[in-house]
Design a protein around this ligand. Structure first.
Ligand code: CA
Length: 228
């Protein structure tokens, strides 16, 4: 189980990460809403633990943005404010459950186990397709015409990003935003390198080229004719 924890309080997030890792979870941390959104849009997580109070974009906005993009990863909201209103707002925004701070670690584990069961059920359809190319966000397996394609982690992330937005043109900056942590990486020209690698593996052996360059804008993946 791969969990994304979104919490700006360094002490608490480190404590949760350590605790969950001891329980066998794989854990990534995001410390603000923007990073959380970028990570969750590009990588597959089984669950997201999302604090409401975050600098900049708050947890409710992150939750809403994910659901609007059809990302259905189960979300457990953390709220420090124990009011009925907040709980309702959290669930309205598309969260699956909430936990009021301060909470017992045991309680968090129980909630995550319950969400994990639901997540496993939802994972039945995690396959994105473009023509005969398919990508499974649960297993990270990529095939074209039934042939397995081996991708490096970042190549996979770039491809998943394009496939989630099939037929739409994405700028290099948009792809970089989704694939790298915003604060540690902002060189969008490196995207060209990954696109080149992807083309070699995904398109070169086949007649139809799915990864298209849109001059002056960026890239898109589509089985339609290239845009003029
Ligand atoms: Ca917080």
């Amino acid at each position: 189980m791969h969990v994304l924890i979104v919490e700006d309080e360094a002490k608490l997030s480190a404590y949760l990460k350590r605790g969950l890792e001891e329980e066998g979870y794989a854990v990534d941390l995001a410390h603000n809403g923007h990073d959380a959104l970028a990570w969750a849009r590009t990588m597959h997580f089984d669950m997201i633990v999302l604090d409401i109070m975050l600098p900049g974009m708050d947890g409710l906005a992150v939750c809403q943005a994910l659901r609007e993009r059809d990302i259905r990863t189960p979300i457990l909201m953390l709220t420090a404010r124990d009011t009925v209103d907040d709980r309702v707002v959290g669930l309205d925004a598309g969260a699956d459950d909430y936990l009021v701070k301060p909470f017992a670690f045991k309680e968090l584990l129980a909630r995550l186990r319950a969400l994990g069961r639901r997540s496993t059920e939802q994972e039945k359809s995690t396959v994105l397709t473009v023509g005969e190319l398919s990508l499974d966000t649960a297993t990270h397996q990529v095939t074209r015409d039934g042939q397995l394609i081996n991708l490096a982690a970042k190549e996979y992330a770039v491809l998943e990003c394009l496939m989630r937005e099939k037929n739409r043109v994405l700028t290099r900056d948009a792809i970089a935003d989704h694939v790298w942590d915003y604060s540690t990486f902002n060189e969008s020209n490196v995207i060209d390198v990954y696109i080149r690698n992807l083309r070699r593996k995904v398109d070169d052996p086949f007649d139809t080229k799915l990864i298209q360059t849109v001059r002056g804008v960026g890239y898109r993946i589509s089985e339609d004719a290239p845009l003029e």
